[in-house]
Design a protein around this ligand. Structure first.
Ligand code: NAP
Length: 300
């Protein structure tokens, strides 16, 4: 029985749409794991590495769906996912009944639920499975994956998630994965705000921020953000990491959803305002720890 299951996993044909910073290394990991893979990228130049590795290069998301049982998506934003699934030449026009669409982009939870309902009308399942861990996690196959959808569909896609990530959690029904990702972005944004304020306070008090960070790392104030983003702030080096403009996109999803569900998020609102100010200063391509630069310019 187990052996048969393993064969089924290997025999499933996979598709991947969106070969950006994240999608390219993720799809390469699936290809290297020995699965049959069909891929599409709007700019076909980015698909060459995969074609060389043995993947089939398709001319549209529809063609990917025609060649696959499970179709992964990793594109930029909510309208892009909508276009890739439902647009002319979209996945829905090529997918067979019984196939599964796995959206790994970070998009709106509310729209995700609607997309899942529209796909279900054609007997196509959807799993929302946004990711955390950045380009490094995508390359090393150590992403965190937070999934929403039916337990059956999740069980079918989990063996493939295991080639992409390490911490894989089935959070709930469709949209729950995107809610978890929004929570992730709230914690990171508010933590960056807190670390920025602490390091600014130390600086203004004439105390060495490096020593403060070192001292705080051993106690309850220590965190990944204190470690990684704090270091970026102290070195005045904002090479991304995670670009401020992408963090702004995600905080837009957070704040829009919060307005709809009537959640009061004052910390997230403040961090969003400071990311906006970083964008206005032309720092959208920098890491979102550039919030520190925004605060530094302000004088009370
Ligand atoms: P990226 O490098 O900018 O790549 C975006 C991809 O989406 C490209 O392949 C792009 O195609 C494609 N695309 C965008 N709009 C499209 C459309 N309308 N139709 C078809 N293809 C479209 O972005 P990324 O960093 O890989 O991020 C992808 C997703 O993962 C985003 O939702 C992001 O928030 C999320 N994410 C990113 C990170 C990170 O550290 N970068 C971490 C966690 C989650 P072209 O090449 O033709 O432009």
């Amino acid at each position: 029985m187990l052996a048969r299951y393993a064969e089924d996993v290997q025999e499933m044909k996979l598709g991947f749409v969106g070969l950006g910073i994240m999608g390219l290394p993720m799809s390469l990991n699936l290809q290297r794991a020995g699965f049959t893979l069909s891929v599409y990228n709007r700019n076909p130049a980015r698909a060459q590495t995969l074609e060389k590795a043995g993947a089939k290069l398709c001319r549209s998301p529809k063609e990917v769906a025609e060649n696959a049982d499970i179709i992964f998506i990793c594109v930029s934003d909510t309208p892009d996912v909508e276009q890739v699934i439902f647009g002319t030449d979209g996945i829905i026009h090529g997918a067979k009944a019984g196939s599964i669409v796995v959206d790994m982009s970070t998009i709106s939870p509310e729209e995700t639920k609607k997309f899942a309902r529209r796909l279900a009308e054609k007997n196509i399942e959807m799993i929302d499975a946004p990711i955390s861990g950045g380009e490094a996690g995508a390359i090393t196959g150590t992403l965190s994956i937070m999934a929403g959808g039916s337990a059956e569909a999740f069980a079918r896609v989990k063996p493939y998630f295991e080639k992409l990530g390490k911490n894989i959690v089935h959070v709930g029904t469709n949209g729950a994965g995107q809610v978890a990702k929004a929570c992730n972005q709230i914690v990171i944004a508010v933590s960056i705000e807190a670390v920025s304020e602490a390091l600014l306070f130390a600086e203004k008090c004439g105390v060495d921020g490096r020593k403060v960070r070192e001292a705080l790392m051993g106690g309850f104030a220590g965190s990944k953000v204190m470690e990684v983003h704090g270091n970026r702030m102290l070195n005045d080096d904002y090479k991304p990491g995670f670009k401020a403009k992408l963090h702004r996109k995600d905080m837009g999803i957070v704040m829009d959803t919060a307005a709809k569900v009537k959640a009061f998020l004052p910390g997230a609102a403040l961090a969003t305002r400071h990311i906006d100010e970083a964008l206005e200063a032309g720092d959208g391509e920098l890491d979102s720890s550039a919030i520190f630069k925004v605060l530094r310019k302000k004088v009370k």
